[in-house]
Design a protein around this ligand. Structure first.
Ligand code: GAR
Length: 187
């Protein structure tokens, strides 16, 4: 059984998807042992509803070191599922190859500092992009720069708004996140 720790900052629909796909067997041989939030958010409530151990570590300069203290040593994978703090380089290096993130665009496009949530979808529509999508990638000290694990795109049409792009990206995320987790776990 592989032990997964999930980090959240927001509504946690990707967290929910991971919980559900572990329950359904789509993600095999895995268990969520801990959910960590860096702020009050609905993701934390989802963990509580499912009786998953959970902790709030307020965001700020000590976040990464406190996180390092609470993560169980037998953790196989740390999953950033709508997580908005930047992890310190030392933390990333301690867990090389064992941290993954989902990003709401086709990296390397629309990544880096400030590129999160609706900022990304606004920028995609503003730039007149013909496609967008989602990327699951390894986390390294460079923001959104780690190797991609899975990526999937969709066509952005003239009718699309940042809101419709956001909705389409979420659907793609729900599809590729469980697959990427299986891949990294060697399933
Ligand atoms: C997701 O679209 C995820 O890709 C994005 O936040 C959303 C969280 O949704 N993450 C980032 O922007 C990280 N840079 P959720 O809380 O419903 O899973």
């Amino acid at each position: 059984m592989k032990n997964i720790v999930i980090l959240v900052s927001g509504s946690g629909t990707n967290l929910q998807r991971i919980i559900d796909t572990i329950d359904s067997g789509e993600i095999q041989n895995a268990k969520v042992t801990l959910v960590v939030a860096d702020r009050e958010c609905y993701g934390l409530e989802r963990a509580k509803k499912h009786h998953i151990e959970n902790i709030l570590i307020p965001r700020g300069k000590n976040f990464s070191s406190e996180l390092g203290n609470v993560i169980p040593k037998d953790t196989d994978l740390i999953v950033l599922a709508g997580f908005l703090s930047i992890l310190k380089p030392e933390f990333c290096e301690n867990w090389t190859g064992k941290i993954i993130n989902i990003h709401p665009a086709l990296l390397p496009k629309f990544g880096g500092k400030g590129m999160w949530g609706m900022n990304v979808h606004n920028a995609v529509v503003e730039a007149g992009e013909k496609e967008s999508g989602a990327t699951v990638h390894f986390v390294t000290p460079g923001i959104d720069e780690g190797e991609a694990i899975l990526q999937k795109s969709f066509e952005v049409t003239a009718e699309d708004t940042p809101e419709t792009v956001a909705e389409k990206v979420h659907q793609i995320e729900y599809e590729i996140f469980p697959k990427a987790i299986n891949k990294v776990l060697g399933n």
